[in-house]
Write a protein that binds this ligand. Structure first.
Ligand SMILES: [Mn+2]
Length: 246
């Protein structure tokens, strides 16, 4: 599952969708699209790479706004908890991720009692206790959705500049099941903790381009090489395919 807030990120959605087809991800792939960004042509583009479009309304950031503008719409991710008709376990991924290996064991290896799982964040080389919300596993549940959308209004409890990520870290606290970094290989690790990156690189399942966004300008160095290669393969694939083969 992912969220598209602005059509400028469509290319990310295409490359992510393609990378999931390539890694044979069989789960339903839902992309929540902000109502204000939705149009039919966008839907067709997204469907070609396997996404099922779900139009959603914005959940505005409560209180003080994050200094990074694109974080302000990210509370909309909480809508994943309301999609109880779609699934009972969801893996939410940012658009600035790609899949390098199949990760679907996450649907069944976590204890049944796990409400929320995510990898720790890395902030300029420091491994944090708080999580990175670029990839998380959760259980859609209407009551939990209500509780989250109420709790988020207590903005004294989390850093508004880190928006939904800081909120979710605080809300789930010690109940978070920490995932290994291979499920959210944060490009900050490559930049600031190179030895750790080298050690895990061949095992990475989901790569997350946190530092240097690979689009529209792609620096073809470091982790971005993976995105660039996936994007080139996708362009080749889309020339030859009108229908996805599952
Ligand atoms: Mn991200």
């Amino acid at each position: 599952m992912t969220l598209l807030t602005d059509p400028v990120f469509t290319r990310f959605a295409e490359v992510l969708g393609y990378s999931m087809i390539k890694q044979n991800i069989r789960a339903k792939k839902i992309i929540m699209v902000l109502r204000t960004s939705y149009n039919e042509q966008l839907q067709r583009t997204l469907e070609k790479v396997g996404w099922q479009v779900k139009v959603v309304d914005l959940i505005p950031q409560p209180g003080k706004q994050a200094s990074t503008a694109r974080f302000r719409t990210m509370f909309t991710k909480l809508r994943v908890w309301s999609l109880t008709d779609e699934c009972d376990r969801a893996i939410m991924m940012d658009l600035d991720t790609i899949t390098l290996k199949n990760f679907e064991e996450l649907f069944y290896i976590l204890p049944e009692s796990t409400r929320f799982a995510a990898a720790p964040d890395n902030f300029f080389g420091k491994y944090k206790f708080e999580i990175n919300a670029g990839v998380f596993v959760c259980k859609p549940d209407q009551e939990e959705f209500q509780r989250l959308t109420i709790a988020m209004n207590d903005t004294s409890k989390y850093d508004h500049n880190l928006a939904e990520q800081a909120f979710l870290s605080n809300y789930y606290g010690l109940n978070i099941l920490r995932l290994p970094f291979i499920y959210n290989a944060n490009a900050a690790i490559e930049k600031f903790n190179k030895a750790d990156w080298v050690q895990m690189e061949s095992q990475i399942k989901i790569m997350h381009f946190t530092v240097d966004k690979p689009y529209p300008t792609v620096t073809k160095t470091g982790p971005n090489t993976y995105w660039y290669n996936a994007a080139s393969e996708y362009d080749e694939w889309s020339k030859n395919s009108t229908q996805i083969k599952l």
